[in-house]
Design a protein. Sequence first.
Length: 304
Amino acid sequence: MFKNLLNLSDLQEEDVLKLIELANNFKDGEVAAYRQENLFPDKTIATVFCEPSTRTKLSFELAAHNLGAKFIDFDLTNSSIQKGESLEDTIEAMAMMGVDVCALRHSSSIIHDLAERFPQMQFINAGEGSVAHPSQGLVDLMTIQESKKSFKDLNISIVGDLDHSRVVRSFLEAIALVGYSTLTFCGHPDLCTSFVDTPVGNFEPDLSAAIQDSDVVMALRIQNERLESKLTIGAADYIDRYQINVDTLQAAAPDCILMHPGPVNIGIELDKEVLELENSKIKNQIFNGVGMRMAILTSIFSQA
Ligand code: CP
């Protein structure tokens, strides 16, 4: 289906739907767990994470183990990178040692050059600055499909720090493949400069108006680590205007689902109470992360 997973815009609708089906097929019907399969004992995946992660890295690790593949969690802080070796030379050394797949998270868009330079390896984009996070986009579609009959009828609202979100960019590529009804973006103007005048949806500065009749509300955290200057809004005012809580969710459709890719700044973009609502799918997103990464690895390992 695809040699590398770099951007979701490289995929077709049928690729995405097949990945979701495959991910669901790995679920153990009896319990909230995944089946253990010994499908790829000759394959090795290394995670190279140059930015922090919990969900993505651990789910690739669990996915590799569930598929019977060998897994290496490359520790940059204790590697020869600390002696001045470049990341390029590090990846080349991995290729020479027989690593088949590299799942890379990096603040810059270097993965595309690496994939060209080392065609003997396969690459998965596990987070590229504020640009792309394709495996998360697939997890999000999988989670929506569990609750909603059709993508094409959905009114979707995305609220929060849109400018710095690689998740939203990959989600937009994903949802463009399967279809939707409306897309509404909401957030403080300091954090939404690229979305105020977007051709793919509407920008609505008022939270209640933005989530009015929404079928899916996706919240995003403020990425303090990527802010170049101090926000012109204080924390209390931000919470007052943009926090999603039980009251603000009243404006959404009655069966609206709430999503967040995590990690959540509890008490900032989301009130703690909404995490436990029946229609909160945030924990489902975490669980689906393992199955979707099993599906991605199965597809990638099968292409070699
Ligand atoms: N959603 C996501 O990418 O989370 P992590 O940063 O914990 O991997």
